[in-house]
Structure formats: structure tokens, C-alpha cells
Ligand binder design. Structure first.
Ligand SMILES: [Zn+2]
Ligand SMILES: [Zn+2]
Length: 824
């Protein structure tokens, strides 16, 4: 629906005709001994289902859309537009390129044309998307709409004009939070006439960021209400488990969902690809007795990329980490150069940390056919819309089905069949998915989770609201659970003053609250000898990725970090290409603060509550790139980080474990293995990834006095992941159990119970006992979802010590502070 935003990789010079995806896949498979393909899904082409224009859509708007090539809406667009025009809040949750924008443009623009005073506020998660939408709306050339973007880049001189005259303002939640709401008096004319709030790509508002945005929207609703307005919210989402509930949580309003996609699409041949297990003698083996590993997804993807580029097939490879994208590009370049010197130049890497000019140059090169292969992080997802490729390789499960389809959707020029390949990483979730295609191609189960009740989000947001206008008791209801307590704490802390008319912000300056800031400010990576800025790393990852001694890759060039100054937010590096990679290690302890909810299931207990987690990056390993062999472990001196967060945990009685055949000595390895796999599988239930979650398992935890597995949110105050895990515990642990039991390895591998970020070096681990542990849990837990309110208050044993003891870091406790985005 948005041709202006689409850069199509059309026919370029020296371009081979696109190969039929089936033939191409056959040739790729044939190069392997054991067939690595576990499943091929033919996603058939689908004709569209057009619907008549709604009666109320004015002729002027229909004609403008027709000029843009829209002759009629698809049925789902018309359905969502009707609901919105009728005053219902609505979320349209359909696939990539299904034309979600028309679903909100229709009612919004029809209203602007019918009522010359009405206004519309459009929110996008990124400036780039807002700019695309501006082009689309401006291109309709409708009289009197005067669309304009209003963000950090808008010149001061234009802001006043936009506030007074634009009737379709495009912005982002950060600007709404920092600019529009604090300056609401300047916006009173606009808010007083606000008819629609459009929230595009609303599934990106998840976790802590999503929880902040939920309150920014409540603040917006509060200000509108003061001016007598109750705007209609229209949301656009990728497909997800329960879009109506997620949109309801985000806006705090009842939202109807339109989920049936009736737009036409081209056919895709979608292959699920599992790299082979390496013969044990080839396996890199720091812990010789345990290891059996698969060929790495990065290498496999690099080979596939080289193969497709050699055939002249324009290919985009999506790789999760920035390091990974660099590795895929450089390996593919090397392989191509060995075959035909110079051919490697037609492959490049692309990621978000690059400077703007570098990114534009890569986009241009792919567009003009100078490049045939691009390895990218998902930086492309919300940036320029690069489509029309012949093949897409997805290296590792991208985290959500929304991302998977967004990435796969880059393949296929109109009418042509395209090839998409998901290459599984050596990881429990990836392995589960390539063997359970129904979880990918069937009905979605993962839900977009956020937790507006997070006190670390709620209190600062209430402070912002109070700074905009005093809070009243009615406002507390708007802000939901926990608002009263949070306000009382703000009063006690001296931030708010209570008066008969409400709660007042006491300070002259507004509160400083960053919606995305919990990871800390980004750290600049600077080449010491030249002062050149290479890129940035977010604060939360800096301890792991750019600690002193870390190997850091940029455009295939390797650098070594000389120093990391956390106060200045700057790391100094020098170019050096050692033959090792670096892997940070951390240590973690956990104590239970309170129990929010529990299910008492005989010998098994399931809990949701607050915990305190302390973790510190203490060392890093250097490993040979070629063999994976550990060279040494070097200490680091970085500060510990404290985290009060939400955890889900289960306990089992030692008797039940004995009855299931788990020997006392094997309990630590059984729990540890179950914990790893449970962390790996949680993203099946909620839109998080394993780097958002940490875990700890122990044969006796001082706070539970029983064998216990904890899984916690890696964000202060929790992000909703543990809560979702608690609510869907039976389904989550069933998938965990099956993933372990069905893995073809003997003693455990990264596809089932090993973890890439284990704080204990993947030791001890017992694969068969992990299955026994989970069988005991599943035999006792109620099969359905656990209602969040069950058994609130004190836990059954009620024996939480007043002063929690630190868990011992001994062989009975295994910690996995897997809370950093790392290299894959
Ligand atoms: Zn395995
Ligand atoms: Zn571990």
C-alpha cells in the first residue's frame, strides 16, 4: 500500500533469470551428504478478496487512492475501517505487506475530509517509518489535511506551524513523551479536535519499552479527556497470539481485532534447514565428555549465501547478531573469492550500528546490482523497505513469527515464486521449531507481552503525568494496578505533594524518564589512533561485547578493545586480527523478595514473585576461531549490577524426584538442564528472546528449601515474560520436555540442554534426568493455563526467611544470567 517506501531490487546488470525456488532448493540440498532439510512448506499464492468501498468513504479519497493504484480495499481493510469509523477501537493484525495502512487511512482521512476541524495523531516506532507514512499520505494530495512529521529532527521554526495547522501529525512515542505531552498547552487546539490515534507496528511495543509506551498512551488519553475528547485508537500489528488482548493492555481500552488476511500474496517455498551434527572428532571440545555439536548456523548460512550468489541469485541473509552478520559476510566472501577471484566483492554486511552513510551506500549497491548478497541484522526490518529479492536466508529463529514473516517477505518479486530458508541454530527453540513445523505455519501462540504494572515503569510515568497536570483519584484508575502504591511512594520520596485537589509534582524541572533507557546510554566505539567513530553498542550489552580485551568486528575488520570507560560511554579500540574470539562470563545470585501468586500441586509448587538478582561480568574466555578450543580465561574488573525483577519458579519435593528415578547426586544436573531448555523455549510463548531472560537452578535454595528452578525477566521490575511463563506453565514446560526428549543427541547438546551463556560452563547437565524432572512437574501441574490470581499472598510453606541468604555458588547451584544480546 506504500509504494513510495519500497526500494525494489529490480533487474540489474548481469542478472541471471530468477531460478525456480524448488530447483534452487534441490541444488542446495544436493551439496550436502545428509539431507539437512527437515520440512518444506509450500506457502501457496493466494488471490485477494476485494471488498466494496465503505459508503462513507468520500469520492475525493477513493479517487486519490485509485491514482495510487488502490482500486478497492481488501476485505480485512474494509472490515477494520468500518469498525474504526463506527467508533470502535480496533487492531488489525495481519501479515507483512497486507496493506494495514489503508485500514487506518480510510477512516482517518475520511473523517478529516468530512470534518474540517478534526485531527489525527499517528505514532510509529521509528522515524523512518513515520517518514514513509508521511510520503504516502502527502502523496494523496488531499485538500486541507496538511500532514507533517513532528520529531526530534523537526526544525524549531516549523514546530509552531505544525501544531497550529497540520491535521495529520506523524510522530513517535518518544516525541509524544518528551515533547507533545509536556507541552500539551501548546497542543490544546490539536488535542481538542483529535479524532483518531493510529499506532503502527504496535507489536514492537513489548517488554519494558512497551510498558512505558502503555503509560504514555494513558497520559495522552488523560490530556484528551481534559479537553473533552475520547479519540478512537486504530492499531496495526504483525500477526501474534492474542492481538486484541495485547492492544488492550497497551491502550488500556477494549479493542476489537481483525486478523483474517485477505490480501493476495506470491507463493513462497519455505524450507526448514537443520545443520548436521559434526562427527565428534571435529567438534571443538573444551569439555570433551559432553560435547556433540551441530555445524554452526553461521557457517551453514555463509555457505548457502555463497552458493546462491554464485548462481546469480540476489539473496538477503538475516543474522541475529551484528557479529554474526559480519562473520557470514566475510566467510561467504572468502568462499566466493576462492572460486572466482573478485566475486567476493559482491557480498557485504549491514547492521544497525553502522553510520547512516555506510547503510545508504549498501542499500544503493544492492539496488543497482553491484551487490548480489547482503548479510544483515534485522536493522532492515523497520528501515527502508527492501523487497523483491530472489531468496532470503534466515540464520536462526529471529525471535518471533512476526519477524520471521517480515524477513521472509523480503523475497519474491510480484508474481514470482521465492525461496526462504530458515537455518536452525544449535539451540533448543530452533531445534524444536524445525521439527515442529506446525508451530511455525499453524496458529500463532506467542503473545506480545508487556507489564504496565511494573513499578519501575509506573512510578516514573506517574511522575511525568503529575508534572503535566496534578493527578486525581480518577487518574489512578486510568493508570491501573499498583498506581495507588506508586503514588504513595512518590509522596514519601518527596517527588509529589498531596493536596486536597490531588497530587502535585514538586519540582521545577520535569522528571527525566527515558522510554528505552534501561540498558543505559549507548557506548561509542572509537578507533584510538584516528579518533574515528566506528559505531555504538547499547549500554546493557557493553559489559559483554566491548569489555577490555574483547574482539569487536566492524565491516569484517577485526578490532581489539583497549579500554572501556563506562562513565564517559566510550570504548577505545585498535585494529588487530587475532585468531581467537572472546566470550564474556558472569556470576549471579538470587533471593526471593515476595510471592505474588502460586499454584500448589502436591509435590510440585509453581510460583510467581519478585526476586533480587545480582550479576557481574567477571571474566572472558578466549577461544580459537578455527577449533573452538579454549585458550584461557582472563579476569575482568567490571561493576556488579543489581536487578529487582519478576521470576517464575518451580519446586519439587526430593521424594518425588527419588520416586521418578533421579538420584540425589543427579538432581543439580537434572534441574540445570531443565532450566536451560526452559529458558530456550519460553520465546515460544511470549515475544521475548532468551537474552531477555535469566535463570538459576539449585538442589536446595535457601528461600524455598527445596530443589528449585528459577527463570526471571532480565529487566528491572519485570517485563511480563515470567508472568506469561507462569500463566502458560503447562504448555511451556510440555514443549520444553518434548524438545529435550526428542533431541537426537546422547548426552545433551546445544540443541537441547546446553546454553551458550551458561555461567557454569554447562556443568553439571543431565539430559535424561531433566526429562524425568519435567515429567514430575507436568504430571502434577493442572493442564490448562494458571489463572494469575490463584493462591495470592503467602506461599504454602510460608517459610521465606526475613533476611534472604545468598545462594551458594557451589556445584549445586547453576546460574545463567542470560540477559545480554550476544554473538550467536
Ligand atoms: Zn541434544
Ligand atoms: Zn547454566
Amino acid at each position: 500500500m506504500n509504494p513510495a517506501a519500497t526500494v525494489s531490487a529490480g533487474p540489474g546488470p548481469e542478472r541471471a533469470p530468477a531460478a525456480a525456488p524448488g530447483d534452487l532448493l534441490r541444488r542446495l540440498r544436493a551439496r550436502h551428504g545428509d539431507d539437512p532439510v527437515t520440512h518444506v512448506e509450500r506457502v501457496p499464492a493466494r488471490p485477494g478478496e476485494p471488498a466494496p468501498w465503505p459508503q462513507w468513504a468520500p469520492e475525493e479519497l477513493r479517487a486519490a487512492l485509485a491514482r495510487r493504484g488502490v482500486v478497492a480495499p481488501w476485505r480485512h481493510q474494509a472490515q477494520a475501517a468500518e469498525l474504526a469509523y463506527g467508533g470502535r477501537h480496533v487492531v488489525v493484525a495481519t501479515g507483512t505487506a497486507s496493506g494495514k495502512s489503508l485500514a487506518y487511512q480510510l477512516p482517518a482521512l475520511a473523517t478529516l475530509l468530512a470534518d474540517p476541524r478534526a485531527t489525527v495523531l499517528y505514532l510509529a516506532p521509528t522515524k523512518a517509518l513515520a517518514a514513509d507514512q508521511l510520503r504516502a499520505v502527502a502523496g494523496l494530495e488531499l485538500d486541507g489535511v496538511r500532514p507533517a512529521t513532528y520529531d526530534g529532527d523537526t526544525p524549531r521554526a516549523e514546530r509552531e506551524w505544525i501544531r497550529r495547522h497540520s491535521r495529520f501529525v506523524l510522530t513517535n512515542p518518544d516525541m509524544l513523551h518528551h515533547g507533545i505531552l509536556p507541552g500539551h498547552a501548546h497542543w490544546s487546539g490539536f488535542l481538542r479536535r483529535l479524532a483518531y490515534v493510529v499506532i503502527d507496528e504496535c507489536h514492537t511495543y513489548r517488554g519494558v519499552f512497551g510498558s512505558h509506551v502503555a503509560h504514555v498512551l494513558r497520559r495522552l488519553r488523560r490530556q484528551c479527556a481534559k479537553y473533552g475528547r475520547t479519540p478512537v485508537f486504530v492499531l496495526a500489528s504483525a500477526t501474534s497470539g492474542d492481538p486484541a488482548a495485547a492492544a488492550g493492555r497497551l491502550t488500556g481500552l477494549p479493542v476489537a481485532a481483525v486478523t483474517e488476511d485477505t490480501s493476495p500474496r506470491g507463493g513462497v517455498t519455505f524450507a526448514l534447514w537443520e545443520p548436521p551434527l559434526l562427527p565428534s572428532s571435529d567438534a571443538p571440545s573444551p569439555d570433551a565428555d559432553l560435547l556433540q555439536v551441530r555445524r554452526s548456523a553461521l557457517r551453514e548460512t555463509a555457505d548457502l549465501l555463497a552458493d546462491t550468489v554464485a548462481e546469480g541469485v540476489r539473496t538477503l541473509a538475516f543474522v541475529r547478531s551484528r557479529k554474526g552478520a559480519e562473520v557470514v559476510a566475510s566467510n561467504a566472501r572468502r568462499a566466493l573469492d576462492e572460486a572466482v577471484p573478485g566475486l567476493g566483492d559482491r557480498v557485504a554486511a549491514y547492521r544497525a550500528g553502522y553510520l547512516r552513510e555506510e547503510r545508504r551506500e549498501l542499500e544503493r549497491a544492492l539496488l543497482h546490482g553491484d551487490l548480489l548478497g547482503l548479510a544483515s541484522t534485522n536493522a532492515l526490518e523497520l528501515g527502508v523497505d527492501l523487497v523483491g529479492l530472489d531468496a532470503v536466508l534466515i540464520c536462526g529463529w529471529p525471535g518471533t513469527r512476526a519477524s520471521l514473516w517480515q524477513q521472509a517477505g523480503r523475497a519474491g518479486r510480484s508474481g514470482d515464486e521465492a525461496l526462504a530458508v530458515l537455518v536452525a541454530r544449535d539451540d533448543p527453540l530452533d531445534t524444536y521449531l524445525v521439527h515442529h513445523p506446525e508451530a511455525l505455519f499453524g496458529r500463532p501462540v506467542e503473545a506480545t507481552v508487556l507489564d504496565p504494572a511494573n513499578p519501575y515503569v509506573l512510578a516514573p510515568q506517574l511522575a511525568c503525568a503529575a508534572a503535566e497536570a496534578p493527578l486525581t483519584p480518577a487518574d489512578l484508575e486510568l493508570f491501573g494496578d499498583g498506581a495507588k502504591e506508586a503514588v504513595e511512594e512518590l509522596v514519601a520520596a518527596g517527588a509529589l505533594r498531596q493536596r486536597p485537589t490531588g497530587w502535585y509534582w514538586r519540582h521545577r524541572e520535569r522528571p527525566e524518564v527515558d522510554l528505552r533507557g534501561e540498558g543505559g546510554a549507548p557506548v561509542c566505539v572509537v578507533e584510538a589512533s584516528t579518533g574515528r567513530l566506528l559505531g555504538t553498542v547499547d549500554g546493557g550489552s557493553s559489559h559483554f561485547l566491548i569489555h577490555p580485551g574483547a574482539v569487536y568486528l566492524h565491516q569484517g575488520v577485526s578490532y581489539v578493545v583497549d579500554s572501556l570507560d563506562l562513565d564517559d560511554g566510550c570504548a577505545l579500540v585498535h585494529a588487530e586480527e587475532p585468531d581467537w574470539s572472546t566470550h564474556a562470563r558472569d556470576v549471579t545470585s538470587l533471593s526471593v523478595v515476595s510471592v505474588r501468586s502460586y499454584a500448589d500441586a502436591g509435590p510440585v509448587g509453581l510460583f510467581l514473585g519478585e526476586v533480587d538478582v545480582t550479576s557481574q561480568v567477571v571474566s572472558y574466555q578466549r577461544r580459537r576461531i578455527a577449533s573452538g578450543e579454549v585458550i584461557d580465561t582472563r579476569p575482568l574488573d567490571l561493576p556488579a549490577r543489581e536487578l529487582r525483577t519478576v521470576a517464575v519458579w518451580f519446586t519439587l519435593s526430593p521424594q518425588s524426584l527419588a520416586a521418578a528415578g533421579v538420584e540425589a547426586a543427579d538432581i543439580p544436573g537434572a534441574l540445570h538442564a531443565a532450566e536451560h531448555a526452559a529458558i530456550g523455549l519460553l520465546p515460544l510463548m511470549a515475544t521475548c528472546d532468551r537474552w531477555d531472560i535469566g535463570g538459576l537452578s539449585t538442589a536446595v535454595h535457601p528461600d524455598t528449601e527445596a530443589p528449585t528452578v528459577f527463570v526471571y525477566d532480565g529487566h528491572p521490575g519485570g517485563a511480563g515474560f515470567a508472568e506469561r511463563a507462569y500463566g502458560t506453565a503447562a504448555a511451556w514446560l510440555r514443549a520444553t520436555r518434548d524438545a529435550i526428549a526428542e533431541c537426537g543427541c546422547e548426552a545433551g547438546c546445544p540443541s537441547c540442554v546446553q546454553s551458550p551463556k551458561c555461567g557454569n560452563g554447562n556443568n553439571p547437565l543431565s539430559k535424561p534426568d531433566a526429562v524425568r524432572v519435567l515429567d514430575v512437574v507436568l504430571a502434577n501441574l493442572p493442564a490448562g493455563d494458571v489463572p494469575a490470581g490463584s493462591g495470592e499472598g503467602a506461599p504454602p510453606a510460608a517459610d521465606l526467611p526475613a533476611a534472604p541468604l545468598l545462594p551458594r555458588q557451589d556445584d549445586r547451584t547453576s546460574t545463567d544470567a542470560e540477559v545480554t544480546p550476544g554473538a550467536s
